[in-house]
Design a protein around this ligand. Structure first.
Ligand SMILES: Cc1cc2nc3c(=O)[nH]c(=O)nc-3n(C[C@H](O)[C@H](O)[C@H](O)COP(=O)(O)OP(=O)(O)OC[C@H]3O[C@@H](n4cnc5c(N)ncnc54)[C@H](O)[C@@H]3O)c2cc1C
Length: 446
């Protein structure tokens, strides 16, 4: 059952050394991935996670391409044995009522990687962190990083280029008796995986909001809502409301619970005294008959929760001795469920770069950002797809009627196959939907 405040484990915290090869700040999917894969290569890794675990988190729908990192992490069997609903497809409803045919992921690629899962994040993230521990990483929860310390000014004041090397972190540890202790711990490489806190990008002034996506969300959890059957039982359904000012997600979870959230522009959702989260949710629900039908027999089992202003990217992704992964580098939008996939992928790519850097004893920006141009290219595919989704008058149904040859290209993007050569061809056909380049955030990798 989903618990917004899960009871923390009573597990004892590990003794910490004063020095590690790698410190990972944040024990979410990105941090656990980089920690597990770096420790597996024989390096000394410390994860510092501020929350007691397990902890609640939004982000419950996976996309198929997570399969490959989960396979490398050795977690596929545990997922197959879990109670997480299997997800075979995504379906879109436009204008509150017009239901399109589902996009079945295996239509295009009949391999077991085309099936993925809807996850309860407290359980999934705990499993990921335990896996990092099993592979040899030291993981301390209730450990809030207060500062990252550089041996010189982190950025050159004139050019903004990375200058000083990140050498240590200052962390506040809380032990099982609730006693606090502040420590400084050094490392050759410091990985920021702090999610939306984007600790380093914020501290270094590198975090830039995506002006085109200033969204806000209200969501909750419902028991015994209408569910489809068979292969469709675990499908994500994305429903635009009438007038297309907002959209709902419907994500089936274990124990007959569904996660239902509504996203629109911050101004539209929350501006000018728009009411309580419940009033906002109900107002949008009244514009979405298809979701009303699904929720009619259900009972709400959690409070309404909100989040906003979550679309941003850092202008740099690495500097001497530091790198950013997952949401700590950037987050686009919830609509295509790309967040956990990108967290895992960046964690995996970063782990390989860290291994090479440690072997070469080279912690320069160049060495630590070697994986990033390709990663950013893939991430930007999702951004373009998100821009298309929010473009007034655009619908994928209409687009595919005019350009049926792009159906499998679109499915490639929806499953997360965004790093393949040529996968961006669909955007040539979308032409005018894409943003002028001067409105995209300016990002450099060096
Ligand atoms: C409304 C909404 C809906 C979403 N839905 C989906 C979805 O359906 N599917 C999907 O894939 N993604 C979704 N996402 C995105 C998803 O939640 C994130 O992309 C994903 O959690 C990123 O993982 P991460 O490891 O980078 O960060 P996180 O999971 O946020 O982990 C970061 C960790 O760092 C810790 N931390 C922060 N600061 C410090 C500090 N100073 N010291 C120590 N630890 C610290 C935090 O406690 C946290 O545990 C959604 C996002 C939003 C906003």
């Amino acid at each position: 059952m989903i618990q917004v405040n899960p009871t923390p484990n009573a597990e004892a915290q590990p003794e910490l050394n004063s020095q590690y090869d790698v410190i990972v700040i944040g024990g979410g999917p990105a941090g656990s991935t980089v920690a597990a894969l770096t420790a597996e290569q024989g390096h000394d890794v410390l994860v510092l996670e501020r929350a007691p675990f397990p902890r609640f988190h939004i982000g419950e729908s996976l996309i198929p391409e997570t399969y490959w990192t989960l396979e490398r992490l050795g977690l596929l069997d545990r997922l197959k044995q879990s109670a997480f609903p299997k997800k075979f497809s995504v379906q879109f409803v436009s204008d509150g009522t017009k239901v399109s045919a589902p996009f079945y992921f295996d239509d295009h690629n009949p391999h077991e990687s085309s099936q993925t899962w809807q996850i309860v994040r407290s359980d999934f993230d705990q499993m990921m962190l335990d896996n990092a521990k099993d592979k040899g990483a030291t993981c301390h929860t209730s450990a809030r990083v207060l500062d990252v310390i550089f041996d010189d000014a982190p950025l050159c004041p004139e050019t903004g280029e990375p200058k000083g090397r990140a050498t240590s972190v200052k962390v506040q540890l809380v032990n099982s008796a609730g006693e606090k202790e502040t420590r400084e711990i050094t490392a050759k490489i410091i990985v920021d995986a702090t999610g939306q806190s984007a600790f380093l990008a914020t501290r270094l002034g590198l975090k830039k909001p995506d002006e085109r996506l200033q969204k806000g969300t209200v969501w909750s959890y419902f028991k015994e809502a209408v569910r489809d059957e068979g292969r469709d039982e675990g499908a994500t359904i994305i429903m635009q409301t009438e007038g297309k000012q907002s959209w709902f997600w419907y994500i089936p979870l274990p124990d007959d619970v569904v996660s239902v959230g509504c996203t629109g522009s911050m101004q539209y959702m929350f501006g000018n005294d728009r009411g309580t989260p419940e009033e906002i949710f109900q107002r949008e629900l009244s514009r979405c008959p298809a979701m009303q039908d699904r929720l009619a027999p259900s009972e709400r089992v959690a409070d309404y929760l909100t989040t906003r202003d979550f679309s941003y990217r850092s202008q740099k992704a690495a500097g001497p001795g530091w790198m950013l992964i997952g949401d700590a580098f950037g987050f686009i939008d919830p609509v295509y469920s790309s967040g956990v996939f990108l967290a895992l992928k960046s964690g995996e790519l970063a782990a390989d770069a860290i291994h090479d850097a440690l072997q070469a004893n080279n912690f320069s920006t160049e060495e630590l950002s070697v994986w990033q141009p390709k990663y950013i290219e893939g991430l930007e595919m999702f951004r373009k797809l998100v821009y298309a989704f929010y473009t007034p008058g655009f619908s994928f149904g209409m687009f595919l009627k005019e350009h049926p040859q792009y159906r499998s290209n679109l499915v490639d993007l929806l499953v997360g196959d965004v790093f393949r050569e040529g996968v961006g061809e669909i955007f040539d056909a979308m032409g005018e939907i894409l943003p002028p380049s001067d409105r995209q955030p300016v990002i450099t990798t060096t």
